[in-house]
Design a protein around this ligand. Structure first.
Ligand SMILES: [Zn+2]
Length: 464
């Protein structure tokens, strides 16, 4: 595989708005051999550097999405490395961390991680890592997965809605936690307990509830289910001393307990997703199963409390939970929320969605890059190389025009099946170009070069 360096081996990415950890800088990011050499003001750009002048467009660090379902190997007809990473590049993401389920085999053994590496080899347009699964019976695989290079672990406290990956009960989780804790890696948890979901669903069935109504689906997954799960997890975190990460928080009622846990010194981090911050239940049409996900999108008032949670820094990061499926599985004609696949795809659009919503609430580009680059990189343990524009970091850069508005159309989505509840939405902020380790991957809706993404921490062209 050839690596091309155009012009001088020193590149200068020039802009009036470079998002650095210390705030916006006017000047240039100097890049040599895939790495950020240093940041300079305009007057200090060395003669002979290859200049890429982006003027008023902002330069942001390449985004890191620590919650993506790539589904390969095994369910490549749903999504795959090639399509997911192209969608990522178009959305300004340069690193993805793949969830251990939906693929077959699930990434719950070291052998499955080897199969994943083979599937990913030469197919990725951005860099990637993998989470390993903690399932009902793989406690003995946890250390081997860590040694083999997973970034951390993921488990479900409720049925994940798919075969091939089992949920864990409290006793199964207790059996796994000493192993997880000894690795020092984070455990990401889908925090809903089945009890309140089952009870609410039974009640709705007894009433012959109409599953075409969004309100039926919302009632079937009450906040109580998330809160009970989070309480259990916090007590286990206190007991077993592991890094607990709550994925896709939807229930804002849990924020105060999470804040208290943080104040107590428990190692807890929290994420939410663009769909919980953009949509609200009042505006979801009945039958609109494109908006089905679990936990569900809740009321407008809840959405605003999640924004407050970001402001108060109780929620640390925002990730897509990109989870596509073949269109038929969304059952768009039947519009039945009980049977449709739960998952929302947004890799190509998450940055404009988040900028549209955050800028009108007074947040800045620096908030955005903290939520969508620096903090997810820290969770995945690649924060010494990814997620910031700073000396010594990999030169993953996004050129972002924060002012231009556009309407989402299917041809702007690049994942395998371009369906998404965001089609038709008017958003603010356009990804103009994406550079992976100093090389152009995407510009003005076209892809450049070849699939040179690699597993973070692994040498180039080495699948295992
Ligand atoms: Zn997920």
């Amino acid at each position: 595989m050839s690596i091309e360096i155009s012009g001088s081996d020193l590149q200068a990415f020039v802009s009036h708005r470079i998002a650095t950890p210390d705030g916006l800088l006017a000047g240039a990011v100097l890049v040599r051999d895939e790495i950020i050499d240093r940041l300079v003001r305009f007057d200090d750009i060395p003669d002979g550097a290859t200049i890429h002048d982006f003027g008023e467009a902002a330069i942001l660090p390449g985004l890191v999405d620590s919650h993506v379902h790539i589904n390969e190997p095994g369910r490549t007809e749903w999504e795959g490395f090639e399509t997911a990473t192209r969608a990522a590049a178009a959305g300004g993401y340069t690193t993805l961390v793949d969830m251990p389920l939906n693929c077959l085999p699930a990434t719950s053994s070291a052998a499955a991680l080897v199969a994943k590496r083979e599937a990913a080899h030469d197919r990725c347009w951005v860099d990637w890592l993998a989470w390993g699964g903690v399932v009902s019976d793989n406690q003995s695989e946890i250390k081997a997965l860590a040694s083999a290079g997973v970034a951390g672990f993921k488990c479900f406290l409720v049925h994940p809605g798919i075969d091939g990956f089992t949920m864990v009960t409290e006793s199964e989780l207790r059996a796994a936690l000493p192993h997880v804790s000894s690795t020092g890696l984070p455990l990401l948890v889908h925090a809903e307990l089945p009890g309140p979901v089952d009870e609410a669903t039974r009640h709705l069935q007894n009433q012959n509830a109409d599953w075409r109504l969004y309100s039926t689906y919302l009632q079937s997954r009450p906040e109580a289910s998330e809160i009970a799960a989070i309480r259990l997890l916090l007590s286990l975190c206190r007991e077993f001393k592991f890094h607990l990460h709550i994925v896709h928080l939807s229930a804002s009622q849990a924020l105060s307990e999470l804040q208290a846990a943080r104040a107590e010194g428990l190692p807890v981090s929290v994420e939410t997703c663009p769909h919980y911050l953009h949509f609200c239940a009042e505006e979801i049409a009945d039958g609109a199963t494109l908006c089905k996900c679990a936990p569900p999108i809740r009321l407008r008032e809840n959405r605003e409390k999640l924004w407050q949670g970001l402001k108060d820094r109780i929620i640390d990061l925002v990730v897509t939970d990109h989870s596509p499926c073949p269109p038929a599985m969304k059952q768009l004609e039947e519009g039945n929320f009980k049977n449709a696949w739960g998952g929302i795809s947004s890799l190509s659009m998450a940055l404009p969605i988040m900028w549209t919503e955050s800028s009108k609430r007074g947040f800045t580009l620096n908030d955005l890059t903290r939520w969508m680059a620096a903090e997810p990189a820290r969770l995945a343990g690649c924060n010494a190389r990814k997620g910031q524009i700073a000396k010594g970091f990999e030169a993953d850069l996004v050129i972002f025009d924060p002012e231009t508005e556009f309407v989402v159309t299917e041809d702007r989505l690049y994942h395998r099946h371009p369906i998404s509840p965001y089609v038709g939405e008017k958003l603010r902020g356009v990804v103009k170009a994406t550079y992976l380790r100093g090389q152009l991957v995407f510009r003005n809706r076209q892809f450049f070069g070849e699939a040179r993404g690699r597993e973070v921490g692994r040498p180039v062209s080495c699948p295992a």
